[in-house]
Design a binder for this molecule. Structure first.
Ligand SMILES: NC(=O)c1ccc[n+]([C@@H]2O[C@H](COP(=O)([O-])OP(=O)(O)OC[C@H]3O[C@@H](n4cnc5c(N)ncnc54)[C@H](O)[C@@H]3O)[C@@H](O)[C@H]2O)c1
Length: 286
């Protein structure tokens, strides 16, 4: 069964990008947000991204129009009933994701629908066990910005069926044109298990007064040819998301290198979440 009807839960930074690439690939997409206000904001996020792609010549105007015509952003969870694949992209909070998978299990009618999470770090088994169909639950971890970065991590739990995994890989590779790597179900998977300790080290370096934010980032951009420095990257990911991923890693491995430094948690408490709020380690015009 080829996947052509896709659902996305959450239309923030990641959900909006996932919905856009899935619609660009020709599938019909229903995105569910928490309420009407968030649904409106989510649709505006997708429209802005499509308009920017058209303005930059990355997408022709007719395709841009087709993409927007192929997706709906709603606040009614029942709109996911007929989906063949649902990708969950709500905030990185375990109870919220577990509750979302319980609801998906109740609402999605296709017996062999794939229920995927875009979680950066929460073990897939915890989400799978919230459903009565753990063999259909897996991780499909996209990267930000989704329309630009080609990688998807496929994460299978001990209970994920090989058929669901094969259909998810075929969708990501053949329909979306993404590059898929496979990870065991361990907090952080491959990329964040490597990336998060690096970002936290940069924050500890800043916190200790060792160097300025600008110099830390310039060091990694000019000296190591990274496209952006670790503090700018943390601002792009979102400090709240970075903190949540660090906490999942720390809970799983109990290694000090994954422990969020106090500066990160104070900034999250203060609402200095990075680009999405206009201020993090650097300031942004919104
Ligand atoms: N930010 C990144 O760079 C990045 C990269 C890869 C994966 N992720 C993962 O993607 C997920 C989402 O992260 P994000 O950065 O898009 O967060 P975000 O805060 O930008 O978006 C989350 C969205 O979910 C919505 N939401 C909250 N509760 C909901 C509910 N009950 N039903 C429907 N929608 C609900 C919110 O209104 C919000 O729009 C997280 O699991 C995160 O770890 C993030």
């Amino acid at each position: 069964m080829q996947i052509t009807c896709v659902g996305v839960v959450g239309c923030g930074l990641m959900g909006s990008g996932i919905a856009e690439v899935v619609a660009r690939a020709g599938s019909d997409v229903v995105v569910v947000e928490a309420d009407e206000v968030a649904a409106k904001a989510g649709l505006a996020r997708i429209e802005k991204s499509v308009d920017t792609a058209v303005a930059r010549g990355k997408l022709d105007a007719a395709t841009g129009e087709r993409v927007l015509g192929q997706l709906r952003v709603v606040s009614d969870f029942d709109a996911l009933a007929d989906r063949q694949l649902v990708i969950e992209a709500v905030p990185e909070v375990e109870q919220l994701k577990v509750a979302t998978f319980k609801r998906l299990d109740d609402v999605v009618e296709h017996g062999d629908a794939v229920l995927a999470s875009n979680t950066s770090s929460i073990p897939i088994m915890k989400l799978a066990m919230a459903t009565r169909r753990p063999e259909h639950v897996l991780g499909l971890h996209f990267f930000n910005p989704v329309p630009v970065l080609p990688l998807v991590e496929l994460v299978t739990s001990l209970l994920t069926g090989s058929d669901a995994a094969a259909r998810a890989v075929s969708f990501a590779e053949d329909s979306l044109g993404k590059c898929v790597i496979r990870s065991q179900d361990r907090a952080g998977f491959i990329v964040n298990a490597l990336l998060i300790p690096y970002l936290l080290s940069a924050i500890r370096m800043l916190e200790s007064g060792f160097a300025s934010a600008g110099d830390i980032d310039t060091g990694m951009v000019q000296g190591c040819a990274h496209p952006m420095g670790p503090l700018a990257l943390t601002d792009l990911i979102g400090l709240d998301t970075t903190m949540a991923v660090a906490e999942s890693l720390y809970t799983e491995f109990k290694e000090p290198l994954y422990a969020p430094p106090p500066m990160l948690s104070r900034m999250v408490d203060a609402g200095l979440l990075g680009r999405k709020t206009g201020r993090g380690f650097f300031d942004y015009v919104r």
